[in-house]
Write a protein that binds this ligand. Structure first.
Ligand SMILES: [Mn+2]
Length: 356
């Protein structure tokens, strides 16, 4: 297992030197956030990011995300140029030692929440999802709410220039079915996976967050059956998964232990996000500390599964609470994610020891 930490570049409130101070941290999960989805990533920008991370004595082996343009998801004729750009980006990233590219295939929104700063009884704040504030509500309302509570920091997947055209995008997705969206994913993978193979890079699709249809948009990465269909569609190790315990775990019907065990044993999981969520009976959920034994994700059980399979891939602590007065990108503060990283590594180390 290689422990990593998401870093948003120069606008991140968390400096690389602090990330390096977290014990066991091998690298950061980075991206070029200023490049619009669909454009080829310029080599000089990749090189600059690589050098920045290297100077901090950290690795840059995982990219999250190279975003997929909506025209690819929509299956429009213009997709071919965007796919060519994507291939070029894969080739350039491989020159700088990148091993895994995380991406998602959700129409329009990368993820959906109703509140980015829901207070918990311990006075920390977390991201939460309340069904009645999202389902049946005008998406514009949600966008305004998220933008207001983002503290002026752009949240990944919520780039203002994309969201300006939201009505148009919804128009284009009219009538889109799960099967057509899936077929468009396969079209993309059939072209991109051979290039990834050539470049020794593993693609790793992130599950839908939350793993059910929101605003009438189709969802195709929400459960074990969907993941099966994806890995079989292009049956190569380079066609991999980012297993995210928070996203998949938002649906109680997903058995995380079974899902993680199965796809890790198949060697189809180059990257992983570990986070915990707490459910309410009506399907609402909110995020909590990684070590929260009363919550819904069996984090200890997951680390046992990783250890049993001698997991060699990358892992990062996902969203944490905002604690100790920290200001920053909701979910992406330093403190609680660092605590999460230490908890996960503590569990892992103990299991390693027991085996010897
Ligand atoms: Mn995730």
């Amino acid at each position: 297992m290689k422990m990593t930490f998401r870093w948003f570049g120069e606008t991140d409130t968390v400096p690389l030197t602090y990330i390096k101070q977290i014990p066991g941290m091998t690298g950061v999960v980075g991206a070029l956030f200023h490049i619009p989805a669909g454009d080829e990533w310029p080599e000089q920008d990749i090189e600059a990011l690589y050098n920045r991370v290297k100077e901090a004595n950290l690795e840059l082996e995982v990219i999250e995300s190279v975003n997929v343009h909506d025209d690819i998801k929509l299956g429009l004729p213009s997709r071919d140029q965007y796919i060519e750009n994507y291939k070029a980006t894969i080739r350039t990233l491989s020159k700088y030692g990148v091993k895994v590219i995380c991406y998602n295939f959700m129409p329009i929104f990368d993820w959906t929440r109703s509140d980015l700063a829901m207070p918990l009884p311990d006075h920390s704040t977390v991201l939460s999802y309340q069904r009645d504030q999202i389902e049946g509500v005008d998406p514009k309302e949600m966008i305004d709410r998220i933008t207001e509570s983002s503290k002026g920091l752009t949240m990944p997947g919520w780039e203002p220039e994309r969201l300006a055209h939201i009505a148009e995008l919804f128009e284009k997705y009219q009538g889109m079915t799960e099967d057509r969206l899936f077929y468009n994913l396969v079209y993309f993978l059939e072209q991109v996976i051979p290039v990834a193979k050539e470049c020794n890079i593993r693609m790793a699709i992130h599950p839908d967050d939350p793993p059910w249809s929101v605003f009438g948009l189709p969802r195709i990465v929400k459960n074990e059956q969907d993941l099966d269909r994806i890995v079989q569609a292009v049956n190569e190790p380079e066609n991999g998964l980012t297993l995210c315990s928070g996203s998949l775990g938002a649906n109680r019907d997903n058995n995380l232990i079974t899902i993680f065990d199965k796809f890790i044993a198949m060697d189809r999981v180059p990257f992983m996000h570990i986070r915990n969520v707490a459910h309410k009976a009506n399907g609402d959920f909110h995020e909590v500390a990684h070590k929260d034994n009363s919550a819904s994700v069996d984090v200890k059980g997951l680390i046992k599964v990783l250890n049993k399979n001698q997991y060699k891939g990358y892992l990062r602590p996902d969203h944490g609470r905002m604690i100790w007065g920290e200001e920053g990108r909701p979910g992406y503060g330093l403190y609680d994610r660092a605590l999460g990283a230490m908890y996960l590594q503590g569990l892992w180390d103990m299991l390693e020891e027991e085996e010897q």
